[in-house]
Each structure stands twice: as C-alpha cells, then as structure tokens.
Design a protein around this ligand. Structure first.
Ligand code: FES
Length: 108
C-alpha cells in the first residue's frame, strides 16, 4: 500500500536487451552468492541503496548527516546493506560486487 501507483522493479526486470545489470555481472565475478537464495534481495537492495546514496540520504554511520557529499565507504555499504541476511555468509563477495559495480558512479 505504501507504494501504490509507483513503479516496482524486481530482479527479473533488471536486465536490459538481454544483458544482465552490471551488478548481476559483478555478483558472478566476485562470488557474491553461494546457494543464491538471498541473491535477488541483495541485488535489488543494493540498487536501491545506491539510489539513496546518490540522492545524498544519510545512513546511521554517515559522519555528517547534513553533508550532501557522502563518502561511498565500506562502512556505508555495510550499514546500508545490513538489512539483508545471507545464511551462506557470502558477505565478502557481496560487498566486493557492490563496490565494483558502483564505485565509479558514486565514488568521489
Ligand atoms: S547465498 Fe545462500 S543465503 Fe546468501
């Protein structure tokens, strides 16, 4: 109900022209999954997380919540992705995939 009338993109909607989203490719390249159960949620959450980051929205670890020039730090990625659990413990690969896919876009 909170998103009535708004567009919702699922994992199936990320590919364009048959090409996977860069984050999907990064998950493969950086071993961002094991069983894959959590992977759709991890990827969709990461894309949403980066959109919030680009919009300058602070997280619980943002040093200066009034700043709009945020640092795409490891701490920011971990905090912003902390709501997604991975029973396989593939967090290192997930983190590396997120950084690899978005570092050029959001790094300053
Ligand atoms: S890859 Fe198995 S739960 Fe995350």
């Amino acid at each position: 109900m909170q998103h009535e009338g708004r567009a919702i993109t699922t994992i199936e909607g990320l590919a364009e022209n048959g090409e996977p989203h860069p984050l999907q490719t990064a998950f493969v390249e950086h071993d961002g999954y094991q069983c894959g159960y959590c992977t759709p949620g991890q990827i969709c959450s990461a894309i949403g997380m980066v959109e919030e980051f680009r919009d300058g929205l602070p997280s619980a670890v943002t040093p200066d919540v009034a700043a709009h020039d945020l640092d795409f730090s490891d701490e920011e990625i971990k905090e912003r992705m902390s709501g997604n659990l991975c029973r396989c413990g593939a967090y290192v690969g997930i983190h590396e995939a997120v950084r690899a896919a978005f570092a050029d876009e959001v790094a300053r």
